[in-house]
Design a protein around this ligand. Structure first.
Ligand code: PBG
Ligand code: ZN
Length: 324
């Protein structure tokens, strides 16, 4: 007996394959991470993140034009401050590095600016909040500061606030702070299921934000846990998150899929620095085809259920999709 069902019928040529294509990438759903450093005058690059510049606080128009020409219209901002201290005070300074970068981009472009909100780039100990005497991060003191950071970022003109510190109650606290300050319409994109991941290594090279002592296991999630991620997502939605996020993306596709099946909210996934740098490194050795792996990794994330993807490949992938 030969088969009656022949799945190959729909794989015969480009047109048929295109017709039955279930998942398509679109530059409109990409968010490009951008780094700004107060200490520099010209772009610099970090060895472990080829092709990802850290920018000075100038030249906004040119850098934004290049991004917008690719078809990408959203960016996620991180800052590297001149001074770090125990309480991360540059994170909520009105003239802090990220506040300046937000203003610079908003005044000189049409980009949608998402502000990452955390303290690890701003504290001298490298943790994502204030430490108590015991050396752990003090949850409630930290979320009070997150409220201040959120307001200062909104005042600078951020379109969306994206808290990545994994403190309990942070979304509720920030929503309240934003509303009180008159920013009722500024959405919160919550890093809801953020795992304690070794894939953040290259990011910490760029931001110089590795914890001096200890690690982030006391607040970021254990990679082994799935149900706990759903609890995190659920509580962020209850607290008023507008968009939820799973991070990293590639090793956590099951979490993205489950969140997409369960919750009627927009889902973002973050293809993090280590996911990017591994592809770069293998490609530099000639071991893989970078363009194809880039597209396949992004397609997998979207197929898993992500509506939007934060990726260091945003610009390159957008150009490819648009045939540039
Ligand atoms: C800050 C933050 C980190 C990343 C995004 N926001 C680093 C961390 O938690 O240590 C990682 C992003 C990446 O690796 O690309 N909390
Ligand atoms: Zn942090």
């Amino acid at each position: 007996m030969f088969p009656q069902t022949r799945l190959r019928r729909l794989r015969q040529n480009d047109k048929i394959r295109d017709l039955v294509c279930e998942t398509r990438l679109d530059p409109a759903n990409f968010i490009l991470p951008m780094f700004f450093d107060e200490n520099i005058e010209k772009d610099i690059t970090t060895d472990s993140m080829p092709g990802i510049p850290t920018h000075p606080l100038s030249g906004y128009e040119d850098m934004a034009n290049k991004i917008e020409e690719s078809g990408v219209s959203s960016v996620l901002l991180f800052g590297v401050p001149k001074v770090k201290d125990a309480v991360g005070s540059q994170a909520y300074a009105d003239d802090g590095v990220v506040q300046k970068a937000i203003r610079g981009l908003k005044e000189n472009s049409d980009l949608l600016v998402v502000a990452d909100l955390c303290m690890c780039e701003y504290t001298d100990h490298g943790h994502c909040g204030i430490l108590c005497d015991c050396g752990a991060v003090d949850n409630d003191k930290t979320i009070e500061l997150y409220g201040k950071i959120a307001v200062s970022q909104a005042e600078a003109g951020a379109d969306i606030i994206a808290p990545s510190g994994m403190m309990d109650g942070q979304i509720m606290y920030m929503r309240d702070a934003l509303d009180d300050a008159g920013f009722k319409n500024v959405p919160i994109m919550a890093y809801s299921a953020k795992y304690q991941s070794a894939y953040y290594g290259p990011f910490r090279d760029i931001a110089n934000s590795a914890p001096g002592k200890g690690n982030r296991a006391g607040y970021q999630m254990a990679p082994a846990n799935r149900r706990e991620a759903l609890r995190e997502i659920e509580s962020d939605i209850e607290e008023g998150a507008d968009i939820i996020m799973v991070k990293p993306a590639g090793p956590y596709l099951d979490i993205i899929r489950e969140a997409a099946d369960r919750y009627p909210v927009p889902i973002c996934a973050y293809q993090v620095s280590g996911e990017y740098s591994m592809i770069k490194a293998a490609a530099a050795n000639g071991w893989i085809d970078e363009d194809r792996i880039m597209m396949e990794s992004l397609l997998g994330i979207k197929r898993a259920g992500a509506d939007m993807i934060i990726t260091y490949y945003a610009e390159k992938a957008a150009r490819m999709l648009r045939g540039q």
